[in-house]
Design a protein around this ligand. Sequence first.
Ligand code: ADP
Ligand code: MG
Length: 692
Amino acid sequence: MFDLGSPIEALAGIGEKVLEKLRKLKIKNARDLLFYLPFRYEDFSNIKNIIDLVAGEKATVAAKILNISNKRTWKRKMIITEALLEDATTPVRAVWFHQPYLTQTLTKGVWVNISGKVSLDKMGLVFSNPAFEILGSENEKGLTFQEGQTLGKVGLHTGGLVAIYPETQGLTSRWLRLKIKALLDNIGDIADFLPDFIAKDFELIELTRALRQIHFPKNNAESQEAKKRLAFQDIFLLQLYVQSEKQKIKSRPAAGVPIDVELIKKFTGSLPFRLTDSQKIASWQILKDMEKPSPMNRLLVGDVGSGKTVVAAIAALNAARHGHQIAFLAPTEILAFQHYKTASQLFANFNLKIGLLTASQKPKSNLAGFDILIGTHALIQKSVRFSNLALVVVDEQHRFGVDQRAALLKDPKHSAVPHLLSMSATPIPRTLALTLYGDLDLSLLKEMPRGRKKIITKVVAPTNREKAYQFIENQVRLGRQIFVICPLIEESEAALMSEVKNATAEYEKLSKNIFPHLKIGLLHGRLKPPEKAEVMRKFKSKKTDILVSTSVVEVGIDVPNASVMMIEGADRFGLSQLHQFRGRVGRAEHQSYCFLFTESPAQATAARLKILAESEDGFRLAEKDLELRGPGQFFGREQSGLPDLAMSSLKDTKLIAEVQQAVKIFLEKDKIENHELLKDRLGEFKREIHWE
Ligand code: ADP
Ligand code: MG
């Protein structure tokens, strides 16, 4: 007998070679294999007599092999296995390619299920490369199969819905089905961590049954039922974490910060612009939250360029003035540096100590002496103990601001919890926001600062590339600057390097062939932080005209003089990401442009890019993105760590709402501590998705 923890090599027929492949799929124990889920099913449930087969359909027949042999095609050196099979009605042919060993098991007189697509060639109907399953053999004593007994038999690989798995590393779905079946037959009941009353209230099937049904469903209803159950439990864990964390935080005190209206008036009066109405409302909501002695949990969403920084600055100034410290977390060093400069300017006359903490730049004086400390997420979390932290601002991080705050709270003596303000330019679809943040409070910056013109967005056909270059040249002559974004490379070990190579090649091409008389800069992830800062400094101070960059400029960079955003390989990016890029221009009074280049001729790409050209509504683009490309978009390039099924279920509004309800009921009626299994599983789950 096996249990979930049994090592995978305990299963029969798993040698060193296979083990290696399984390891690459991160399948180490029984549990990993059982939760290696199919991504679709082949429907072989159309079971027929051979005489009723129709060309073009997918069907299953039960038949006896009349003869079978390997042939070599004369043109190529391919081996074809050809068989003639017969049931009680009539014969039919089947062919397989490149599988000469089949004749060892499929021999004359053997009864098989054959499932696959039927086609018509010169010699009549034929199954090509069908799935098969041996039912028995006439040759074996006491085993005689007759049409009446075999027809309609559903097997592992034929005759019903057949699971298809991601077949990486050369492990076939057929192989996986065999092993998973063997495991399910020898594992008994799997302990279920989902509380009974939840399973009952929400009509969920048992875990063991769900696993059987997801791998070997009798019909669609069974697979759906199983999928729902399994997705439910993952999202339940996710929600349970988010909501219980929130409950925990809510029950702790925070510093209530009085609102110093005079100070804020003085500050806004010192700005070179007037706040938009949205900025005023958002600032007020934040100040009101922070006035209360319980922790704020607010997300500030506003398109790129809508002016989120100054809103955070108001909250920071007010808190600092009452003797508190503020941590400002940026996703990259470049942004941390930019925020540091902005803050230094904004607060020039307010006598605040502002510190910058990056990998390359350690502050000279004692950290505890700062009012506002700006740095990257990773750095601040690791290396700083604050003495009086009252506000954490998390900029452009689409993950769970919650765990940043948690990490800053490692000091047990410090019982007050800091207020949390997350800021994002990526409007997150509502279902996702609810799942990832729980029911957090939301402030929206709806309008752009005055004087901004609509950015003209165009998908540029390859034939118009020259024209676009001319246009760019003109813009530079008018004194403007240009961004060129190089295509995103799919995530892989070599991705960073090839991205660098790409950007470097583009840089060479533009500076040697296209714009030899213009000054061009290059920015990519392999540059050291001081080098990056230098490239950015040159661009900001107009020492370079064109900045060629990988997607590192995606978030937050502010160069108001830039008027053209040119994106190569635009089809590789999500709409939200493209929208972010576009927001890098049009940040001042100049009419600005976004040019999208794509080599992809696909209809779908064109339609998608057209949506971007037509819409400036970040929320709409986000919803579209979720629909077209799934939730992965909203976690940035780093993986969410969530299982695939849970990931794809994040699109399922109804399920999410149900789980939300379930978690609420659970936390009201019960406690995690009362459920040993659930507690353990939650711990594991957090580690799996790298929250702890
Ligand atoms: P984001 O929301 O993308 O973080 P920023 O805070 O970087 O935007 O602001 C973008 C630019 O707009 C900055 O140069 C900032 O000084 C400017 N800005 C912010 N608010 C206003 C306003 N109300 N009127 C004019 N310019 C503004
Ligand atoms: Mg910003």
